[in-house]
Design a protein around this ligand. Structure first.
Ligand code: FEO
Length: 403
């Protein structure tokens, strides 16, 4: 008989009892090429406590891991740090099965969980800074509103020096490795950046405040345990420092070109513009043809960029639909402090370049060069204009960086 899925030990009294989703490739618009985990944690205090649950289809996996440590019926306290359904989807069924004495969330969390599942007031509202006694241990709730939902909070168990940080500091990375320091650093950094760019970026002002709040509390910490991906146990400061850096949204010399093409005119214009960016000093330059690139990979690269060029053919007076998709997504992510410009081709009516320019304005990008617009197919002269456009944008970016 095979062994059931088991818990993994985080500290003496804390266990990982989550689920690994090796299959997921799409997470509300975000391409999760490396899958993800839904982390839940069992605190073996006098009052056995479960922190967060998992996405609904993974509940049996979580229960199996819990049962490898303790009879699930012995769970007395259930804490929901975040109401989004990848963490709360199995909450109602878990409450029914476990019958905990108390279920806690933030005040907004209690409201949101009720709105999702109609729990009829079963969830109690914890207060920011409230410490709950678990017998031989204590758990403190710290609200992190809008990081990344209004209900978001983190929980800290002082005796084990563990911070359960919900989505903050997470990555969509399916792995059997529980610790971040055993995962290849380049993979970890990329996935942490991708997670920040696609989930956390619009809430950067709150990240700055939360990082300052956490640093001010100076909590003794052995482990930061997010709700996705591996946990941090060594050099805990580096991921917090990275969050502070990403939240500042400082521009760099990096430039990206985002385009699509109908009959290759915009593809050659994009190449010329990219070469112009490099000539102008942009470093690195990354090019995203939206016929094959994914919006969430563009978002990842924009996180530490300084300049953006957009290109599109005109179709029925509009920009190409793939460009509308990525720009709708980027506009929502609200990356600040970019400079940029637009280019495009048209047959008779035109329209794409104007719409790209409008999109840049809505995104708050400082437009530093007039657009290049080409009728049907670019001539050699038009390609020189695209090159010059790239140079001008790169130079404008470097000038404000003082380089
Ligand atoms: Fe992992 Fe906001 O849910």
């Amino acid at each position: 008989m095979s062994k059931p899925l088991e818990a993994m030990k985080v500290t003496d009294k804390v266990y990982w009892v989550g689920a690994i989703d090796w299959a997921i490739r799409e997470f509300h618009g975000y391409a999760t090429q490396r899958g993800t985990t839904y982390n839940a944690f069992l605190v073996m205090a006098d009052k056995v406590t479960l922190v967060d649950t998992v996405k609904a289809p993974f509940r049996r996996e979580m229960m199996s891991r819990i049962a490898s440590v303790v009879d699930p019926k012995k769970i007395e306290i259930l804490i929901s740090n975040h109401s989004e359904m990848d963490h709360s989807g199995s909450l109602p069924e878990t409450i029914r099965e476990v019958e905990p004495e108390k279920v806690y969330a933030s005040a907004k969390g209690a409201e949101t969980l009720d709105a999702h599942f109609g729990l009829g007031g079963r969830v109690e509202a914890g207060k920011d800074g409230q410490t709950l006694n678990l017998g031989n241990m204590n758990v403190t709730f710290l609200e992190t509103k809008m990081l990344h939902w209004p209900d978001s909070m983190v929980s800290y168990v002082a005796e084990e020096q563990v911070l359960f940080s919900q989505d903050a500091f997470g990555q969509h990375l399916a792995t059997c490795e529980m610790w971040a320091d055993t995962v290849a650093r380049d993979v970890l950094l990329y996935e942490a950046a991708k997670y920040y760019a696609n989930i956390i970026l619009p809430f950067s002002p709150m990240v700055s405040k939360t990082v300052a709040k956490l640093r001010g509390l100076n909590l003794p910490l052995k482990v930061i345990a997010p709700d996705h991906g591996p946990l941090y146990r060594k050099d805990l400061g580096w991921i917090v420092d990275l969050y502070a850096e990403w939240a500042a949204q400082k521009p760099t010399a990096k430039a990206i070109v985002v385009y699509d093409t109908m009959w290759q005119s915009d593809a050659v214009m994009a190449k010329a513009a990219a070469e112009g960016l490099a000539e102008g000093g942009a470093q690195p330059v990354k090019v995203f043809p939206m016929g094959s690139a994914h919006r969430s990979d563009v978002a990842t690269e924009i996180l530490d960029a300084g300049a953006i060029l957009l290109g599109s053919p005109t179709i029925n007076q509009q920009m190409f639909p793939t460009m509308a998709d990525v720009l709708c997504y980027l506009e929502g992510l609200k990356r600040k402090n970019l400079v940029g410009a637009a280019f495009g081709s048209y047959g008779w009516s035109g329209g794409a370049v104007k719409r790209l320019t409008d999109a840049l304005e809505r995104m708050g990008v400082q437009i530093v060069a007039d657009p290049v617009s080409v009728n049907y197919v670019p001539t050699d002269e038009a390609l020189q204009e695209c090159r010059a456009l790239g140079r001008k944008v790169a130079q404008a970016n470097l000038a404000r960086l003082g380089e």
